[in-house]
Design a protein around this ligand. Structure first.
Ligand SMILES: [Zn+2]
Length: 293
């Protein structure tokens, strides 16, 4: 499943080719993915220019010249494939049966001198492919937050710090592992990076949330940022059927310290512990009970 770093990797792949381009044509191959497409989705998108592509938690947020905002969520297996106008399947790795949305973007009116995809001067297609169909798209009018309304702080923002996290956890009796997966406490974290950040902060996933000190919350907030930033730098980790925006499979899987490392020796040479796995709220937690307290 794409986690925040993968979504950021997709954003960085799509932004240079989509920003400033017009949706010349939009084709839907079905009426719904996880949710039905919004009313008149095609009519509202066609003709609009994508002004800016940003990210909030695991949502791709496209500001449109029409004043509306296009939200895109990759769900479990969604990805984007960039193709030429007459050759939609530039990558041989995807099955066109699962192409649900095809955007034809306008070419660049003023081709730049720099090499790469950003110089595409003729129309090209961006395909949304999603075998498991847990992804979705929404169109929001001005001021409408849609499914982003209940999201807590963005983990990579400057405002996400120890005191903020400590205040959010003060009334929570649930284990810290579950609290960090609650999108209202911090937005966009999934199972993998929660396990990794807790390891980095030497905090057990079993600890009750309201027992963490401000200092521990500060350390945890720093570890969350560091873990996410390292994964973004590595181009996102490849797990299951997720692929980068250009369909490029085969870049190295990010090495995790504890996630999926059951029975391996703790990576901290001074520790000597062994990585354990336990189930919390139906999800696997990986941790070292020697150095995570
Ligand atoms: Zn350890």
């Amino acid at each position: 499943m794409p986690e925040l770093p993968e979504v950021e990797t997709v954003r960085r792949g799509l932004a240079p080719v989509m920003e400033g381009r017009r949706f010349e044509h939009v084709r839907l191959n079905r009426a719904d993915i996880r949710f039905p497409f919004p009313d008149n989705f095609v009519g509202r998108l066609q003709g609009a220019v994508l002004k800016r592509l940003s990210r909030r938690a695991k949502f791709l947020v496209a500001e449109l010249s029409s004043g509306e905002t296009l939200l895109m969520h990759l769900g479990m297996s969604g990805r984007f494939v960039i193709g030429a106008d007459n050759c939609p399947a530039e990558s041989g790795t995807h099955n066109p049966k699962h192409d649900h949305v095809v955007f034809t973007m306008s070419g660049n009116d003023q081709p730049s001198d720099s090499p790469g995809r950003a110089t595409r001067s003729s129309p090209f297609v961006i395909i949304y492919n999603d075998p498991r169909r847990f992804g979705f798209m929404e169109l929001l009018s001005v001021g409408d937050q849609g499914r982003m309304a209940l999201l807590g702080p963005e983990p990579l923002s400057n405002s996400f710090r120890g005191p903020v996290l400590h205040a959010a956890l003060a009334a929570k009796k649930a284990p810290i592992k579950s609290a960090l997966l609650d999108q209202r406490i911090v937005a966009g974290l999934g199972n993998i990076y929660v396990c990794e950040a807790l390891y980095g902060a030497h905090i057990s996933p079993l600890r009750l949330s309201n027992t963490l000190s401000v200092d521990e919350c500060e350390l945890l907030s720093v570890e969350i940022k560091t873990t996410l930033e390292l994964a973004i730098k590595a181009g996102g980790s490849t797990l299951n059927d997720f692929a980068a925006v250009d369909g490029a499979l085969g870049y190295f899987q990010h090495r995790f310290k504890v996630y999926a490392q059951k029975d391996k020796t703790c990576p901290d040479k001074n520790c000597g512990g062994t990585i354990s796995r336990t189930k919390q709220a139906g999800r696997s937690s990986f941790y070292c009970d020697m150095c995570q307290k």
